[in-house]
Design a protein around this ligand. Structure first.
Ligand code: KIV
Length: 270
């Protein structure tokens, strides 16, 4: 399979155009320059410098210990290897607890190279989302399973299984769109809820464990390569069948999302 390199920078407009055409875009995490470059060659449109680095790089059992210094360092590394993908950075645990903190920390991530920041929550991040959006910082609102709240949730469980919880997620997603969120990331929800949220919003929805109907799909790099300690149902190891090692595995993931063969039924919660 031939490699493709972005010849134009991916922007928010690119993502909206992909959505308008009824196509899918591909997102993936990366934490360093080398993988940012490999992802670019494979055609990944959005790279997330995720606070999942706390688990897959640092060996913690949650994302809570990740600091702003960690995020800035890895964002700077990814920026150096980037070949035109839209770069999203996580605001880590407790880095957006007050307005001042939010603005300082989001600005630090943007100065380090991010084009958008991601924060976790529902209605309670409505004002934070508006605060950032009004100041020109695009927001990806992360809903469904929000790993920074793992202790309140009581584990990494599927969210929105009952009607009340599902309706809450739909209503809060609309609230965040109205507050100015540019994209929504939906993690670990039943496939039907992934579709309803995607159909209810004008902004692109990025799914992980949310079924095949979201506008984009995201996976953690280490999951695509089958080297994560845990392997949830929605994960597929693309290295197993790759004919060209790691670059081939990432190209196969891109093609699978574009052709809509991933996620398949076996990767969905019903
Ligand atoms: O931090 C991260 O990598 C994420 C993904 C699980 C989407 O938020």
């Amino acid at each position: 399979m031939s490699t493709q390199t972005h010849n134009a920078n991916v922007t928010l407009t690119t993502l909206f155009k992909i959505k308008e055409r009824g196509e899918k875009f591909v997102c993936m995490t990366a934490y360093d320059a080398c993988f940012a470059s490999i992802l670019g060659d494979a055609g990944v449109e959005v790279i997330l410098v995720g606070d999942s680095l706390g688990m897959v790089l640092q060996g913690h059992d949650s994302t809570l210990p990740v600091t702003m210094d960690d995020m800035i360092y890895h964002m700077q590394c990814v920026k150096r290897g980037n070949k035109g993908a839209l770069l999203v950075a996580d605001l880590p645990f407790m880095s957006y607890a007050s307005e001042t903190q939010t603005l300082e920390n989001a600005a630090a991530l943007m100065r380090a190279g991010a084009h958008m920041v991601k924060l976790e929550g529902g209605a309670w991040i409505e004002n934070t989302t508006r605060l950032l959006a009004e100041r020109g910082i695009p927001v990806c609102a992360h809903m469904g399973l929000t790993p920074q709240s793992v202790n309140r949730i009581g584990g990494f469980h599927v969210q929105g299984r009952d009607t009340g919880q599902a309706d809450g997620i739909i209503a809060e997603a609309k609230l965040l769109e109205d507050a100015g969120a540019s994209t929504l990331l939906l993690e670990c929800v039943p496939r039907s809820l992934g579709k309803t949220v995607t159909d209810s919003l004008n902004i692109p929805v990025i799914g992980i464990g949310a079924g095949p109907d979201t506008t984009g799909q995201i996976m953690v790099l280490h999951d695509v390569l089958g080297v994560s300690v845990i392997s949830p149902k929605f994960v597929k190891n693309f290295l197993l069948d790759s004919k060209n090692g790691i670059p081939g595995a990432i190209e196969d993931y891109v093609q699978a999302v574009k052709s809509q063969s991933f996620p398949a039924d076996e990767h969905c919660f019903n």
